[in-house]
Each structure stands twice: as C-alpha cells, then as structure tokens.
Design a protein around this ligand. Structure first.
Ligand code: SF4
Ligand code: SF4
Length: 465
C-alpha cells in the first residue's frame, strides 16, 4: 500500500451518562471569598462548563474533571476535596479495571489519546504486559514523531506465508511468483466478545468499522446473515470443527478460521479442496501443548495460526501463565524450527490497551484479535447482567450501526496513533520489523532474575513487587 494510512475520527457522544471516577466536594464554611477563586482557574474549565457558581458548595459526581488536583491544591482554605465514586470503583474486575474501562470509553467518544491530567498513576511493575518495558531511546528524533512526523510509519501487516528470501529468474529479474498474502493496514482484527447485549445492528456496526479501517472481523458463521452480504471481504467466518456443520463462506470472503480438532489435517484438506483460494487459519487454545500444536500446524502447511488466551490475558488452563509468555514461546518454537516466516501468528486474550498490541508484537505475534474493547467502546460497563438475562443498563442492542461503527473507529483511531507514537519513539518504521524484537524491550522477571538470583534464595514473603 502506497498511501498514508490514517483512521479518521470525530467526536461521537455517549448515549448515557458515564460512570466517572471522582466527585468534587467543596465546603462553604470557612471560605475566604477570594477575589479570584481557584475554581475559576481550572485549566479544563470544568466549573465553567458545568455552569457552577464558584461560591457555591459542590458535591457531585462529574464526568469532566481530569483529576489534575489544581483546584484541590490551590484553595488557600483547603476547602476543596476529591472523592472516589463507589460505582466507578466497582466497575469491571482485576484485569478490566475501572481505569481501563473509562479510558476505553473516552477513546471511543473522542478518538483521542487519553491523558490523565496528573501523570502516570500506576505501579512500577505488575503482571503480564505490565512487567514489560519498551526501549524508547529514539523519542528525541522529531522526524519520527509517530503521528505528525515526516517519515511514514507503517502499521501494515501480512497475513499468510511470506517469502524468507528473494528469488530471481534466469534473466536476473525479481521472481514475482510469490505466495499470496492478505495485507491489513492495522495489526488489529476484531472478533465477537464472549458476552454482550448484542443485536443485529451491533454486529453490523462492528463489521462496518472493520471495513472502514480495512481490517477484518471474525464472526461465528451462524451469525453471518443476509444483512452482512456487502461485507464478505471483511469477515472471517469461524467455522465449527470438521463434521459439526456445513461451511458457508460469505461472498468475497478471503480467510476463514477453523477451531483446532484432532483431525485438523483432514478438515484443512477438505476446506482447501472446496475453497482453494481461501486462506485457512486454525485456532488453538493457549494451553498445555500449544507449542507442539503450533509446530504441527506450521509444518502441515497452515499459514495462519491463532493462539487464543483467556479474557483476562492468561493461559486457558493456567491462571499463573500470561498471554505475553504464550506468544513468546510459540514464536520462539517457530524460530527454532526455521519456519517463522511461513506462518502468521495471531494472538488473542484480554488485550485492553494500545500498548498491549505493540508488546504482543514485540513478543512475536504478527497481529492480534481484540474483542471486549469493542464492546466497552459502546459504553459497556462490564456488569455482565446480559449473561444472566437481565436488561443491559446502556441498551447496547438498540444502538444504531453507524454509532457502533463510529465508536469503534474512534477507539482504534486512538490506538493506531498510540502505536505510531510508540513505534516512533522506538525508532521502528514498520510494524513487521517490530515482530519478535525482544531486544528492544525489558522484562521485569528476567531483570529480577539476572540481578538477584546470584544473591541466594528469596524467603517467602520477601519477594520484590
Ligand atoms: S481537579 Fe483539575 S480538572 Fe478537576 S476541577 Fe479541579 S482544576 Fe479542574
Ligand atoms: S453493560 Fe452489562 S449488560 Fe450491557 S453489554 Fe455490558 S456487561 Fe452486558
């Protein structure tokens, strides 16, 4: 692709009042009646925008405050305080934290990179991708400024087998007879979340977003109906293991996904026979024995492999192992066998932030699937009422397809810009060059081991955090 890939975003308002992190409490008693009240100096004009009189006492949950604490610190009488909203604290779970959920909402609403207003508030290190830091040593080179820089940074990736070397004809011309690949300009593919109050309009909206961004959306084949006839090129039908139902490929479809089964070889052979031009991806669970299955599939000629982690970023069968480590292990298995370029490795499992995409690629994935973020983009509160048959508090199933598509486009527009920023800061101009670049990242557990292991055994309860 020779054009500069840009995801166009525009503000797409919420349909419901968001659950916000904090409220402001200001006490009138003791107020010095300053000539200029700190509330009028809010850099985000929160008090003005809300039409509040600086002299009045405020006790409210508000959704505009950026928590910069300027007013809290600036009041000479120390009369302004911030309070945490209990409804906000109760959102999500330990993986899908309230902060992550609210940042996804903001990105889907604005299409912009989120700012906290008060710096990075998180821990120094954590589990999963939080134990990984990227090398931003090129951050000072303005030409590589990701979003606005003069040097184009490409996030395009190839799906399918790529040539490991160039070959030439007898006349010395480049041999163009290479295996075909599918290019997608963004290393992110959408897929159906595991829950949600979904309607036909929701599904159509997601597929519309995939088409707008020229990526793909994976859908169980029984959800692909006539309303999606125009979108076949952008859909990956997920078909059942061999023998469990008929296979229907939407018109224009380019790739399908088959779930792993013991007789995958026959299933792949039959599919190839009936759909010779289709790319076949095989999905395997990120669980014990995954590496061997990856190798088996790659050696068996499957050119796209999807390793599927759990919704909270872990192995399917082991809560102590993380998707990050599963990707590294599968990637290195293929590298060790000398066949890495013969396979596209797709990963899924709890990706909730733009940085996770870059980190997954550094660990060895070519591209990733995201699922719950495209639901949260629609104001989902992760309350899981829909799984119990209780009505959705934000009526997601009633949202128009256009609104759905625009919210998801905004979210991925913001993620794409963050990816560009990150790659620019790393000095990497092509997402395909980022794959497996673990030399440009640091892993806490490895640093911990190399620094402290020689000092002896760590007593229980004295581990570093
Ligand atoms: S904390 Fe900052 S953003 Fe929030 S109201 Fe006060 S000055 Fe404005
Ligand atoms: S807000 Fe709750 S009920 Fe609605 S889709 Fe999300 S988890 Fe389901």
């Amino acid at each position: 692709m020779s054009f500069k890939y840009v995801i166009h975003t525009k503000s797409v308002p919420n349909r419901f009042k968001p659950v916000t992190r904090s409220g402001i409490i200001a006490w009138e008693e003791g107020c010095l009646r300053c000539a200029v009240c700190v509330k009028t100096m809010c850099v985000y004009s929160v008090y003005d925008n809300r039409g509040l009189d600086p002299r009045q006492m405020i006790e409210s949950i508000d959704n505009q405050c950026m928590n910069c604490f300027r007013c809290v610190q600036g009041c000479p009488g120390e009369l302004i305080h911030k309070s945490l909203n209990p409804e906000f604290i109760a959102l999500g779970d330990s993986h899908w934290t309230p902060q992550i959920i609210s940042q996804l909402w903001t990105q889907a609403e604005t299409g912009k990179i989120p700012v906290s207003g008060s710096g990075y508030p998180g821990a120094f290190s954590g589990s999963g991708f939080d134990s990984m830091w990227t090398d931003m040593s090129e951050i000072v080179r303005p030409t590589r400024d990701g979003i606005h820089g003069r040097e184009y940074i490409s996030t395009l990736v190839d799906l399918g087998k790529t040539p490991s070397h160039l070959s030439f004809t007898e006349g010395g011309k480049l041999n163009k007879d290479q295996p075909p690949v599918i290019n997608i300009p963004l290393p992110i593919i959408l897929r159906l979340p595991s829950f949600g109050a979904l309607g036909d309009k929701t599904i159509r909206g997601w597929v519309m977003a995939a088409r707008r961004m020229e990526t793909l959306m994976a859908l169980p084949q029984d959800m692909i109906n006539g309303a999606l006839d125009d979108f076949g090129k952008w859909i990956i039908p997920q078909i059942l293991p061999e023998g469990q139902g008929p296979v229907t490929i939407p018109k224009g479809g380019r790739v399908l996904e088959l779930a792993w089964s013991d007789n995958w070889q026959k299933a792949v052979k039959d599919l190839r026979h009936s759909n010779p031009s289709l790319f076949i991806s095989v999905k395997i669970p990120m669980a014990e024995g995954m590496d061997e299955k990856v190798l088996l599939l790659a050696k068996g000629g499957v050119s796209i492999i999807h390793i599927e982690g759990s919704g909270n970023g872990r192995f399917m069968d082991d809560e102590t192992r993380f998707v990050k480590d599963g990707i590294r292990s599968a990637h290195l298995k293929l590298v060790g066998a000398g066949i890495r370029d013969e396979v596209t490795l797709l990963a899924s499992g709890g990706f909730s932030m733009a940085e996770h995409i870059a980190k997954a690629i550094i660990c060895g994935a070519d591209a990733v699937f995201i699922d719950l973020p495209i639901l949260v983009a629609l104001e989902c509160r992760m309350c899981r009422r829909c799984t119990k048959g209780v009505p959705c508090p934000v009526e997601i199933e009633n949202a128009s397809s256009n609104w759905v598509a625009s919210r998801v486009t905004n979210l991925l527009g913001a993620w794409h810009n963050q990816l560009l920023e990150l790659m620019g800061a790393m000095g990497i101009r092509d997402a395909r060059r980022l794959r497996g670049e673990t030399g440009r990242a640091m892993f806490f557990e490895e640093l911990d081991r190399s620094t402290f292991e020689s000092m002896g055994k760590i007593e229980e309860g004295c581990e570093l955090e």
